[in-house]
Design a protein around this ligand. Structure first.
Ligand code: MN
Length: 232
């Protein structure tokens, strides 16, 4: 066996379909928390604190039309509908003025959250991975290239569960706007092509159970439909 031969099969590249053709390979998934004021208030967090960053595993992505099996270890699985930025380039210390030049396109994402687990861990000042970074935790729709849809500064963001509206807000209510998110994150990471950034959820988060149908929409980006399944 040559030294370059893998001793186990390498993992498949995780990718998203691109509206208009091709696939977008996903490198990392960054998330912004606490980036809409009404959502900070509904969870009882300090509205003077700046937004926070965390990450989710790339292979937690669920494709549009897919299923999120109800995950173990929670009694309170929540949806969080979010605008997703998909980068085509990156770097350290990106200026807000040049930040959007690094965006390939936009998508609709769900930051699925074990709210009970997240709150317990955060309350003990422990990392909240178990509440955020689990299997099937990141449904994401097709990527819409900037050349098709432009950059997104406003527009309705709307989620239904079984046809009933649960989240209904506007992208313009983001606390950190998209260029600020990229600029701030690039102070900590050398951002790269393939990086996704979930930009935070508006108010209206709540629980789902097996059998529920979630449909997220963001103006210009189509819709993301995902169902909650029975536990694996
Ligand atoms: Mn979130």
């Amino acid at each position: 066996m040559s030294s370059t031969e893998y001793v186990i099969a390498p993992p498949a590249v995780v990718s998203l379909p691109v509206a208009g053709g091709g696939r977008y390979p996903v490198r990392r998934i960054f998330c912004v928390g606490r980036n809409y004021l009404e959502h900070i208030r509904e969870l009882g967090n300090d509205e003077r604190e700046p937004p926070v960053f965390f990450m989710k595993p790339t292979d937690s992505i669920v494709q549009d039309g897919g299923i999120v099996p109800y995950p173990p270890g929670t009694q309170n699985l929540h949806y969080e509908l979010e605008l997703v930025m998909a980068l085509k380039s990156g770097g350290y210390r990106i200026s807000p003025e040049q930040a959007l030049d690094h965006v390939f396109g936009y998508a609709i994402g769900l930051d699925m959250t074990k709210r009970d687990v997240q709150k317990t861990l955060a309350g003990k000042s422990q990392p909240w991975e178990l509440g955020k970074a689990f299997e099937h935790a990141t449904p994401c729709g097709p990527v819409y290239p900037v050349e098709q849809v432009g950059h997104i500064e406003s527009g309705r963001i709307h989620l239904t569960v079984n046809g009933e509206t649960k989240q209904d807000s506007d992208i313009s209510h983001l606390i950190w706007k998209l260029p600020e998110i990229i600029a701030n994150l690039s102070l900590h990471y050398r951002l790269q092509a393939g990086d996704l950034i979930l930009t935070g959820t508006p108010h209206g988060v709540g629980p789902v159970v097996a059998g529920d149908a979630m449909v997220g929409e963001i103006a210009g980006l189509g819709r993301l439909a995902v169902a909650v399944g029975t536990p694996e």
